[in-house]
Design a protein around this ligand. Structure first.
Ligand code: PMP
Length: 417
């Protein structure tokens, strides 16, 4: 198993101590011990700048948006509209109208399923996903497929935990209506070759949805350069608030889509005889959104973008390399997969020791990891497992966190494994 591939020659240039100091919660104890937070893949912690932005917004700028003529509502609306342009810039989208605010990645994918694909779906059609998808990128497609006699098919994953791109290409055919693929696996950390995948799908006229829930916080993104049709992510995994998600969709797709939820804010004219719908992206944002949360997402993007993404990557690659090396040296511990390029997460299991017990025992040492199937049951089944333990990294993790994890695991596996 290769452990050296991701270690870079130059030293990481991120000031990790300064980054850590920006996160108040990291100074708090957990289970009576100094906290070692290794569960950012589930949800990341929030820097003071984001916490303050949200609180200050409620304190000074809060009103409902797009409906009031008074100053406060205008200011809240300007902040909301400004946040949309910030997300546009972050994603490299051509137009602010291509950014739809949702609750999370899951809702963004459901929106595409119901508004874009469901009306087109016919018996015998196929929706192509991969074996490493999160349930959020499987179940919405299954629900709409079942209504039309269509089916969800999954491209295989190799023993190393890499997507079999040759098999994926071969599975794209005349029946394929959509390809939905994660950029980074939340279990294996595998980084999929998204540009190559999009090109292969487009060569056959198939649109692509990219689940970027585990990538935007680790890798640079440019939806135009990659020619992506749809991309979904959650604010809470990129140091922003929970309750806010983003769907990027190419303008020509959005223009052709009908609303998926009815309500206020999406309409042009309503009567009991007929209702006409408003412009994009508002057509897809029924009801009052998480106004303060969207503002806090903008603050999170500002905070995150102060760092050079290459420095962030170098730091996280370094943690990944030393983390892999340390875990592989724990006798009896098995790391799931060995992809050539991985980021964010390492999952593992120990024969004879349940992953929940590993998680519970690490908690006694103040170490937060995740244990379970991580909403990826098909992937675990592919590896003959019911679940695994997962350590996942954020920008604030340091070598001491990795060492603490390895030390506790050596003790736990030595004693109980
Ligand atoms: N896709 C992936 C790859 C994920 O890791 C997650 C969150 N674990 C999701 C989708 C769903 O994100 P959310 O719960 O924020 O909708």
């Amino acid at each position: 198993m290769r452990t050296d591939v991701q270690e870079r020659v130059s030293a990481p240039s991120l000031d990790v101590d300064a980054v850590r100091a920006a996160f108040p919660i990291l100074a708090e104890p957990m289970s009576g011990r100094p906290m070692v937070f290794l569960d950012s893949g589930a949800s990341a912690q929030k820097p003071e700048a984001v916490i303050r932005a949200q609180a200050e917004f409620y304190r000074h700028d809060y009103a409902n948006i797009h409906r009031g003529v008074y100053d406060l509502s205008q200011r809240a609306s300007d902040a909301f509209d400004g946040a949309r342009r910030k997300v546009q810039g972050f994603l490299g989208a051509a137009d602010w109208r291509e950014v739809v605010f949702t609750r999370n990645t899951t809702e963004s994918i459901n929106l595409v399923a119901w508004s874009f694909l469901e009306p087109k779906l016919q018996a015998g059609d196929e929706i192509l996903v991969t074996t490493m998808e999160h349930h959020s990128n499987i179940v919405p497609w299954q629900i709409i497929a079942a209504r039309h006699g269509a089916k969800v098919v999954a491209a295989p994953v190799s023993d190393a935990g890499e997507l079999d791109t040759a098999a994926l290409r071969a599975m794209i055919g005349p029946r394929t209506r959509m390809l939905a693929c994660s950029w980074v696996s939340n279990v294996l950390g595998t980084v999929n070759p998204i540009g190559e995948i999009v090109a292969a799908a487009h060569a056959q006229g198939v649109p692509v949805l990219v689940d970027a829930a585990q990538s935007v916080q680790h890798l640079p993104v440019d939806v135009q350069a990659l020619d992506i049709d749809f991309l979904a992510f959650s604010a809470h995994k990129i140091y922003g608030p929970s309750g806010v998600g983003v769907l990027y969709a190419r303008r020509e797709h959005l223009e052709g889509m009908q609303p998926w939820q009815g309500g206020g804010g999406i309409v042009d004219r309503v009567s009991f005889e007929e209702t006409t719908y408003g412009e994009i992206p508002f057509r897809f944002e029924a009801g009052t959104p998480d106004i303060a949360g969207v503002h806090a997402l903008a603050a999170a993007l500002d905070w995150f973008r102060q760092f050079d993404i290459e420095a962030v990557q170098a730091h996280e690659d370094h943690l990944m390399a030393i983390g892999l090396r340390a875990l592989q040296q724990v006798p009896g511990l098995n790391v799931l997969g060995a992809p050539a390029h991985r980021t964010g997460a390492i999952s593992f299991w120990v024969d004879g020791l349940h992953h929940q017990d590993i998680g519970a025992m690490l908690d006694l040492d103040g170490i937060a990891i995740r244990s379970g199937h991580h909403c990826a049951q098909p992937l675990h089944r592919r590896f003959g497992l019911e679940g695994s333990a997962r350590a996942s990294f954020g920008i604030y993790n340091n070598e001491a966190d990795v060492e603490a994890l390895a030390k506790s695991l050596r003790y736990i596996v030595g004693k109980y494994g």
